[in-house]
Ligand binder design. Structure first.
Ligand code: PLP
Length: 377
């Protein structure tokens, strides 16, 4: 055997069809490649305000013990989550980010004989997790552009793809990369109609930004729908993306299965300590949410002035319609040290996904975008 390609013949069949996830470019990479300094990353929906001091302190204290394996059961974090959510710890599963739990769910429930359903423009990790198992991926068409939630999930279209082989349905609420959401009534209706043999994976990665008004309170539905799996994360509003901590809330029967396949030490000790302390900082999270709302409106209005209309969003990012020059616009931003997220890989080549930064980030971004439009670059 010669050449790297020879190994694809040896790989498990489902792996041959995979395309690796393209993460947002790290600022250091941009600085290396483009020779810029002061790079600004608005590409992965991270919290621009970082973490409060108390979380830093908890992390420093945890560093003293990194020679030891973490608590594999995540006792302190499970207890803190249990108190915060009002949920028995038996319903909780901790993950190396919620991404980990998405993969565990696929491992537990999918085989080449089964199928899973997700939306056309939903989070790409669903596709990867499903394809890796060899299960059939059934992709539901999204809402049309003229819908109140353009490119959002069409729950009826998703339901129509469910049959006896289906084990998982993924619903991102709000969805990434669109920012669109499904309201409580629609989601409740959907869950009511979903057969018992299908798990509804409701991914609430942006929960802290989305909560309120018509946003569904899924936690209160867990007894009514034992096949409901709710995913949340510390990567977004809690500002801990680099530590990789997420969790699910599910029926203990499902949690017990996830526990069988998860790595015994999947959540690191510094992450566990930081997450426990972060949960105690609800005022700070609320403050980040309030600021995000204000900055999002400034960003939305600024983009609209430049002819770049955005989809509705209940998250901490906007999906902006740039048009046929979206790729050129992205390149222009990179040269000016700003990283946003092209979404051509999602099938949305005319759009850019932009994380709502702090006020000064929004100002800097809008100034560069104005230059781009004026230069016709
Ligand atoms: C960011 C994001 C996640 C979270 O990923 P982690 O692995 O918890 O960092 C999950 N789902 C969606 C839709 C996201 O945008």
């Amino acid at each position: 055997m010669t050449g790297d390609h020879a190994y694809t013949e040896l790989a498990a069949a489902p792996v041959c069809g995979l395309t690796p996830y393209e993460p947002g470019k790290p600022p250091e990479e941009l600085e290396r490649e483009y020779g810029v300094s002061n790079a600004l990353k608005l590409a992965s929906n991270e919290n621009p305000f970082g973490v409060p001091d108390s979380v830093r302190t908890a992390m420093s204290e945890a560093i003293d013990n990194v020679r030891l394996y973490p608590d594999g059961a995540g006792f302190a974090l499970s207890r803190a989550l249990s108190e915060h959510l009002g949920v028995d710890p038996a319903w909780l599963t901790l993950g190396n980010g919620s991404n980990d739990i998405l993969v565990l769910l696929a491992e537990c429930f999918l085989t080449p004989e089964t199928s899973a359903v997700y939306d056309q423009y939903s989070f790409i990790i669903y596709r990867l997790a499903v394809q890796a198992t060899g299960a059939e991926a059934r992709v539901a068409a999204s809402n049309p552009p003229e819908h109140a939630q353009p490119f959002g999930h069409d729950l009826n279209a998703m339901l129509a793809l469910v049959d006896a082989t289906t084990r998982l349905v993924f619903i991102a609420n709000p969805n990434n990369p669109t920012g669109t959401w499904v309201d409580g009534e629609a989601l409740h209706d959907f869950l009511y109609q979903l057969p018992d043999h299908v798990l509804a994976v409701v991914d609430e990665a942006y929960y802290e930004y989305a909560v309120g008004e018509d946003y569904p309170g899924t936690l209160a539905w867990r007894d009514q729908f034992p096949n409901l799996v709710i995913l949340r994360t510390f990567s977004k509003a809690y500002g801990l993306a680099g530590l990789r901590v997420g969790y699910s809330i599910s029926n203990p029967g499902i949690a017990e299965l996830l526990n069988r396949v998860r790595q015994p030490f999947n959540v690191n000790s510094v992450g566990q300590a930081a997450a426990v302390q972060a949960l105690a900082e609800q005022d700070w999270v609320a403050q980040c949410h309030a600021t995000n709302l204000l900055c999002m409106e400034t960003l939305r209005a600024g983009l609209a002035e430049l002819g770049m209309a955005c989809l509705p969003s209940r998250a901490n990012f906007l999906l902006a319609h740039i048009g046929t020059r979206a790729a050129a616009c992205n390149e222009y931003l990179l040269r000016q040290g700003i990283i946003v997220r092209p979404v051509a890989n999602y099938g949305l080549p005319e759009y850019l996904r932009i994380t709502v930064g702090a006020e000064q980030d929004v100002t800097r971004l809008l100034a560069v975008l104005r230059e781009f439009t004026e230069q016709g670059a």
